[in-house]
Design a protein around this ligand. Structure first.
Ligand code: ADP
Length: 199
């Protein structure tokens, strides 16, 4: 792949491969982050990119095992994901991070880490609390409303919507497949992936 050439402006120890980027999906639990991530990933794979997923639920069983949901632990989790995303971006990867990431300031930290090595594309996967609770795929909203889970994002814990995301996807207006197409179109517009005709 011609775009995956080591850049020359960096000293040997800081070399990077060109073309890396991180798609950062943020939004409430059940908004559709994981669903859309797994529709976008194969599209990028088809275009020859090396795709890696950093899904909040998975990371919490591995890299962030033992962390809870206090603000401090949430921030630690997001900073870890941001750091790993930055390393993979450096290697020319197409990273799809999908974690609630409720705090603007912490998302900005992740952005700063990634942007040292490539593009950071923040995608707000938007759905109202009411809609997420109606979907309630994991049964967590019911528990949160009953008070069986405390500090649940959107119920009794904050969610700060992105101030200036690269893309907003209203998942109450678009089916998952449409949302995935909008993500790929944005990546094409940003010059991060080639359009399908040339892929
Ligand atoms: P998150 O990763 O944001 O917690 P998930 O992707 O795990 O969310 O769950 C979202 C659920 O909502 C899935 O079961 C998905 O099929 C469903 N869903 C229903 N409508 C939509 C939509 N328009 N966009 C995305 N997901 C949707």
């Amino acid at each position: 792949m011609t775009e995956h050439i080591y850049a020359h402006e960096h000293p040997e120890s800081e070399r990077r491969r060109e073309g890396g980027f991180t798609l950062w999906f943020t939004g409430l639990s059940g908004a559709g982050k994981t669903t859309i991530a797994h529709l976008v990933g194969p599209e990028l794979d088809r275009r020859g990119l090396v795709v890696e997923y950093l899904d909040g639920d998975t990371v919490r069983t591995r890299l962030s095992k033992g962390l809870g949901f206090s603000k401090e632990d949430r921030d630690t989790n997001i900073e870890r994901i941001g750091w790993v995303a930055s390393r993979l971006t450096r290697q020319g990867g197409a990273v799809i991070a999908a974690a609630i990431s409720p705090y603007e300031e912490t998302r900005q930290k992740a952005r700063a880490m990634v942007e040292e090595w490539g593009a950071f594309v923040e995608v707000y996967i938007a759905a109202s609390v009411e809609e997420c609770a109606r979907r309630d795929v994991k049964g967590l909203y019911e528990k949160a409303f009953r008070g069986e889970i405390k500090g649940f994002t959107g119920v009794d814990d904050p969610y700060e919507p992105p101030i200036d995301p690269e893309l907003v996807l209203d998942t109450e207006a678009h089916e998952p497949e449409e949302s995935a197409q909008l993500v790929v179109a944005k990546l094409e517009e940003l010059g991060l992936v080639r359009s399908a005709v040339n892929a």
